[in-house]
Design a protein around this ligand. Sequence first.
Ligand SMILES: [Zn+2]
Length: 360
Amino acid sequence: VGSPFGIDLRIHGTFVVLLGWIVLSHLVAGHGLSAAAEGLALVVTVFGVVVLHELGHALVARRFGIRTRDITLLPIGGVARLERMPTDPRQEFLVALAGPLVNVALAALAFAVILVAQAPWWPGRLAVVGGPLLAKFLWFNVTLAVFNLLPAFPMDGGRVLRALLSMRTDRLRATDIAARVGQWMALGFGLLGLFGHPMLVFIAFFVWIGAAEEARLAHVTVALDSVRVGDAMVTAFETLPANASVGEGLQRVIRTTQRDFPVHDGARLIGFVSAAELLVAAERGDARSAIGSVVRPLDESAAPNELVTVALERLEGSGASVLPVLDAARLVGLLVPENVVELARVRERQALHAPVLHAS
Ligand SMILES: [Zn+2]
């Protein structure tokens, strides 16, 4: 819907359902069109505030040279997809804190206006319908700041906690502790949600999964420290010629468990096609057209001697599911995240069972 500060702003389709539900609930309650319009204005304001919160994270991250791919609005809130989180704890602390600080600033502004205008500062009841708008704005910002600062990793407060812990211990231990605290918080949210606000159950779910995922990622990163792409890439894979038909490609696809296929024109690699894309093309009735007509052109690649963590970051940033590994323009392997995670698991286990040297 727009790109403030050059960051794409997206609205998830389900958000429209929420807007429809608000209008409908007003009309069903017999509040009339003007109340429905006010309800809509409130929701738009709420999501405007969420966008500012996410921009807070994104703009501080930009100061540390980290780009934000996009900001997406969902009915349960906003998500800013940063290319990566800063590894410097001081920077992570500032990036995580920036979002809630935006809400603190907005709340202070609203409070100042309320004082000057001598408007009511208590919304009465926090319902979607009725009540003074400015007071609602004030308390919404206060709620958002407080809620986000709860140490429920990977929510903002949890990231602040991880950053503070990282200043005293190593990042892996800090992440493990923050993730454990986050999962306890998720359990609390879940219980509260069962007896109170059902939205909390959703949030509990996301926090639980997110904490586990971040902890796993931290372990993978440590296990892959100093591993080169050449030692982590898949070397047994199928390729497809660009001039073969989609139907022929599908027959090859069935013989392997591979998901993404490098496509070559006889001399060099020109791009990738996935099994799913071949199926879609066949269903469209394009089974006889050349694979070259459905290929995704190449934009990123990796070199065998570069660090696997660096290449994975680039893979993540490109949004692709696999990176070709090129040695002097020759395709020598594929970097597949799932396989790299397996390698990390093996290495972590080996490290656990390795004899402790220099023990004193
Ligand atoms: Zn935030």
